[in-house]
Ligand binder design. Structure first.
Ligand SMILES: Nc1nc2c(ncn2[C@@H]2O[C@H](COP(=O)(O)OP(=O)(O)OP(=O)(O)O)[C@@H](O)[C@H]2O)c(=O)[nH]1
Length: 257
């Protein structure tokens, strides 16, 4: 990277010492005298620590929303190119406010930590689970076929339901989660917000349906948003409906041999 590096162009996950040097040199107006004074190992550890800080949730140790958005972005890219299925699950702890109200915020924090651990035990190494915000978690499952979506989500739901959480030496509680899931659109380059929106809509259905349940989008095609359809079909589809089909081509002229 050249000394014209700017923070906006740096991917935090790939931040290397040489990049940091370029950024420091840039901010010092080219004063290289400082460079030799700080050990490289210390600087790299500092960079790694800062990356952790910006990509991890400090309470649960899980990747944070910023991290998972980058994962979703690259999944969209992969699915659009390969046509492989990928599932996004959004999970929300049911009636979590009551845990805080009855047992205190510290107990609520313990619940979040144990749920985070439980989710990690249910997944494959290639899956990513993140704390999406408050009491909401997101799981990205690459290469997850449509038929397996419900099975995986149900396994996660049961695992949380079955896990006792010791919030004090004398008190154990159980919590449940509602889960909404949506598959990435195959062969279309959608966007992270649109994909998350579809999973959130399913989560809302699971909550409205009584909580402690899952709701997975049945046929991704039929629930594609108008915006996504326009990405797929271009001028043929508009938010108000299907446009005119182009006129048929002239029938091919056959020549008799
Ligand atoms: N202990 C703790 N509580 C948090 C944290 N982040 C968010 N919360 C709490 O999470 C609760 C979310 O409550 P609501 O959004 O009302 O949802 P709920 O009670 O889970 O109800 P439903 O989602 O409708 O089932 C609020 O009380 C927040 O204060 C956190 O880091 N620690």
């Amino acid at each position: 990277m050249s000394t014209s590096a700017s923070l906006a162009s740096v991917n935090l996950k790939d931040l290397q010492l040489s990049t940091a040097h370029a950024l420091v040199a840039q901010s010092l107006g080219g004063d290289a005298a400082l460079r030799g004074r700080v050990p490289r190992e210390y600087l790299q550890a500092l960079i790694d620590g800062l990356c952790d800080l910006s990509l991890k949730d400090p309470l649960t140790g899980l990747p944070n929303r910023r991290f998972i958005r980058a994962v979703l972005d690259s999944e969209i890219d992969r699915v659009a190119r390969s046509g492989e299925a990928a599932l996004l699950l959004m999970l929300d702890i049911d009636h979590f406010k009551q845990v805080n109200d009855r047992h205190g915020h510290g107990a609520g924090d313990v619940v979040l930590q144990v749920v985070a651990q439980t989710l990690q035990t249910c997944l494959r190494p290639m899956d990513t689970v993140a704390r999406y915000g408050g009491e909401e978690f997101a799981i990205v499952l690459p290469a997850c076929q449509f038929g397996f979506g419900r099975v995986v989500a149900e396994r996660v739901r049961r695992a949380v339901e079955a896990t006792p959480i010791a919030i004090s030496p004398s008190l154990t509680v159980h919590v449940t989660v509602s889960i909404g899931g949506a598959f990435a659109l195959q062969w279309i380059r959608s966007t992270v917000p649109l994909w998350a929106e579809r999973a959130d809509a399913e989560l809302y259905k699971a909550k409205a349906g009584g909580r402690n349940r899952i709701s997975i989008e049945e046929q991704p095609d039929s629930t594609v948003t108008a915006e996504e359809k326009s990405m797929l079909f271009g001028p043929l589809y508009t938010p108000s409906g299907w446009g005119e089909l182009p006129p048929p081509l002239d029938p091919p002229a056959y020549s008799a041999y």
